[in-house]
Design a protein around this ligand. Structure first.
Ligand code: FMN
Length: 302
């Protein structure tokens, strides 16, 4: 059911547990099979879809893009787009499909995304982003959130990102996922854009200090439990991307440490559950290699 939620009742104090551990949206990685696998390892993690563009959703095979297993909850749909009407239509579809959150990508620097005038280049247009977020908030009852960078190209001014976040905060948005480095729009590949611009956790922490009642999730370069525990006192949560892709067992270690009351599956139990899941998927004509691809990292170095 859809209902209007212009003002979201989320604050850092009541929502932080929901975002404490997030697995990042990653194109060609975090498909529904990968998310199912991650859920087996991390019962409380918040899982994000790959970025899905409004064009793909509204003019393509929505079912293929949106279907997910109900065990994936809580699961967030990440959208790529910059037109309020298309974003509203896509957010409504996502909410109807049962997603727990709609996230707008304001951090992807790829040329393809720049041509579509969305992703990281939206950071130069905070008023447009605010318009999009407000329109989506008015259309769906689940939280509408933003994933963004700290700045664009060589601009490392804190005022730039503070004003970006502030403009969106004024719409009622209360969850910001900060990939704590700049995006370089010309001259760096997406891969280099995840490695070359320096990480600036202190700048991200300033945002948390300036917007204390917003949920601020830190992303970028977090690999181990130790990394995450070192930054958590200054943030409400962490988002990990490449590390659970390369070594999924980190999700089980984080879950053990942060939710000791939960039973976290052993590796053997995870594999057993996946065998059952793979059987169902094969029966539904999904190729086995796609279902088991996310598993490969579990056997790294063995
Ligand atoms: C293969 C790959 C695909 C990615 N696709 C997306 C995406 O669809 N949307 C997005 O916001 N970020 C995307 N990212 C960026 C990650 O979400 C994350 O911000 C980045 O990898 C930094 O986090 P990490 O250091 O934990 O990997 C992608 C990253 C990788 C490695």
């Amino acid at each position: 059911m859809l209902s209007s939620a212009a003002v979201q009742p989320l604050t850092a104090s009541n929502a932080s547990d929901h975002w404490r551990l997030c697995v990042a949206p990653m194109i060609d990685v975090t498909d529904r099979h990968c998310r199912y696998f991650h859920r087996l390892l991390a019962p409380r993690a918040r899982l994000y879809t790959e970025m899905i563009t409004t064009g793909a959703l509204l003019h393509g095979d929505a079912q293929r893009h949106l279907d997910f297993n109900r065990q994936e909850h809580p699961v967030a749909l990440q959208l790529g787009g910059s037109e309020p009407d298309a974003l509203v239509a896509s957010a409504k579809l996502g909410a109807q499909w049962g997603y727990d959150e709609i996230n707008l990508n304001c951090g992807c620097p790829s040329e393809r995304v720049q041509k579509g005038a969305f992703g990281a280049c939206l950071m130069a247009e905070p008023k447009l982003v605010a318009e999009c977020i407000k329109a989506m908030q008015d259309a769906v009852s689940v939280p509408v959130t933003v994933k963004h960078r700290l700045g664009l190209d060589k601009n490392e001014s804190y005022d730039f990102v503070r004003d970006f976040v502030g403009t969106i905060y004024d719409t009622g948005c209360r969850v910001f996922i900060i990939h704590a480095r700049n995006a370089v729009l010309k001259g760096l590949s997406p891969k280099d854009n995840r490695e070359v611009p320096p990480l600036r956790y202190d700048e991200a922490a300033r945002l948390k200090r300036d917007f204390p009642d917003a949920v601020m999730v830190l992303n970028g370069g977090l690999t181990t439990l130790g990394d995450c525990e070192a930054v958590l006192p200054r943030f409400d949560g962490v988002m990990l991307g490449r590390s659970p892709w390369h070594d999924p067992s980190v999700l089980a270690r984080l879950s053990h440490a942060w939710w000791p009351q939960l039973t976290v599956k052993t590796e053997a139990e995870v594999i057993e559950a996946l065998v059952g899941y793979a059987g169902e998927q094969i029966a539904a004509k999904v190729p086995l290699r796609i279902v088991v691809r996310p598993l490969l990292g579990l056997f790294n170095g063995r």
